[in-house]
Design a protein around this ligand. Structure first.
Ligand SMILES: Nc1ncnc2c1ncn2[C@@H]1O[C@H](COP(=O)(O)OP(=O)(O)O)[C@@H](O)[C@H]1O
Ligand SMILES: [Mg+2]
Length: 396
């Protein structure tokens, strides 16, 4: 295949290893500086120029987008997606993983264990927020920090408040997160490629430091993950839309707690610790997937008028329970079931003989009008409404 590695650091360990792994396997590989692309929207079709010249055809890209160029870098990746060039990590996936708040919001919906986290803006809400996650000591995180920079352990509520106020005064937003004491300066980095963990290591912080990042002097050792941690790491990467990811987890008392999902994981620490050919696994995966460029299913399938994708839930009291898919009448109503989700298992392209259970979730393609009547009513939550101040606040 023809592969472009998008990177501004051609001489870094990771880029060198990826390029060598691709070349060793007989692929035609180039490292292209992400910042030298021009996104061309002037012609009939989306296009790209590189260093002022028309870009030649590539089968796949491997984005290694640094934190400081997320906006431009994801725009370049998105342009490749528009041109149907395969990328293991989508622009959306990269952008989602870059913002700790956004990532936490997305993962929280999917029942992935995470340290209790909150986010507030108003001074008056800071102390209750800290108390909600379990009080001091408490971890504060800048939304876009990396390599441990911007992750602070505040020993008391007073100090936490002072730090948050200082950061907010410089227009920086912080997440408030429970300090997971039982992980004792250790965490797990799982390298996910496709639907498996290809390598994993434990990082241990140096001395009295609580951050175990290699850049903060943490030491590394290979580990074999238990099945639960492995499943959580793979799901977290998939939910984020990343096929190549470094998933960081704390070892909580009740199982793994995901802290973050990195879209350009460094390879040096993990290859050194595990002696595994992670770069080779990434290249082989891309080679396998090249025929399947990422498409936004919802966007594409909604183009045909009146049809779209929706998730239907089999209600406990509905007459669908106990029936097979072919008896369900869905097909007759022009509804095709793409996947069936039952608890944490997923059945793709379920057969007609598959029996429906209560609480099964069916991802369907069909006539929106037909599906509307079957979409579950949103659970009504009793909103806890704050009392309005006597004087109306000026609009912000
Ligand atoms: N809630 C927490 N409890 C205990 N340790 C934590 C917590 N959050 C982060 N850490 C430690 O700090 C390190 C850096 O945090 P992380 O969220 O991964 O930020 P970064 O993007 O800077 O790596 C982690 O690897 C872990 O060792
Ligand atoms: Mg980290």
């Amino acid at each position: 295949m023809r592969l472009a590695i998008l990177s501004r650091a051609p001489r870094s360990y990771s880029t060198r290893r990826l390029r060598a792994a691709a070349a060793d396997r007989g692929h035609d590989v180039k490292v292209l500086n992400t910042l030298r692309f021009a996104i061309d929207l002037s012609g009939d079709a989306p296009d790209l120029q590189f260093r002022g010249r028309q870009l030649t055809d590539y089968d796949a890209i491997l984005p290694r987008i640094g934190n400081s160029i997320t906006y431009f870098g994801t725009a370049v990746v998105r342009q490749f997606e528009q041109m149907d060039v395969y990328t293991p990590n989508t622009a959306n996936g990269i952008a989602n993983s870059r913002d700790k708040l956004r990532a936490t919001q997305i993962l929280a919906r999917h029942d992935i264990g995470m340290p209790p986290t909150t986010f507030v803006r108003d001074r008056a809400d800071v102390i209750p927020a800290i108390e909600r996650v379990g009080g001091a000591p408490v971890v504060l995180k800048l939304l876009e920090g990396t390599q441990g920079i911007g992750v602070i352990l505040a020993p008391t509520i007073k100090v936490a408040e002072a730090i948050i106020e200082t950061l907010q005064s410089t227009r920086q937003q912080v997440l408030i997160q429970r300090f997971v004491t039982e992980s004792k300066g250790r965490d797990i980095r799982a390298l996910v490629v496709g639907d498996r963990v290809v390598a994993a290591m434990r990082r241990t912080a140096q001395g009295d430091e609580f951050r175990s990042n290699v850049h903060r002097g943490g030491s590394v050792e290979a580990v074999t993950l238990d099945a639960d941690s492995e499943r959580v790491a793979v799901r977290a990467a998939q939910i984020m839309g990343l096929k190549v990811a470094g998933v960081d987890m704390l070892e909580g008392n009740d199982g793994p707690l995901v802290m973050e999902v990195n879209s350009s994981p460094g390879l040096e620490g993990i290859e050194t610790a595990t002696r595994l050919d992670v770069a080779g696994a990434i290249i082989d995966y891309i080679d396998d997937q090249v025929a399947f460029p990422q498409i936004d299913v919802r966007e594409r399938l909604s183009v045909s008028t009146g049809y779209g994708v929706a998730e239907l839930v089999v209600h406990g009291d509905a007459d669908l329970v106990g029936k097979s898919l072919s008896e369900s009448g869905l097909r007759e109503r022009d509804i095709t079931v793409l996947t069936l989700h039952r608890g944490t298992t997923v059945i793709p392209n379920p057969k007609g003989r598959e029996t429906l259970h209560a609480e099964d979730r069916l991802l369907c393609f069909g006539r929106l009008e037909e599906m509307r009547s079957m979409i579950p009513a949103r659970p009504k939550r009793r909103a806890r409404v704050k009392r309005l101040p006597k004087e109306p606040l000026p609009e912000e």
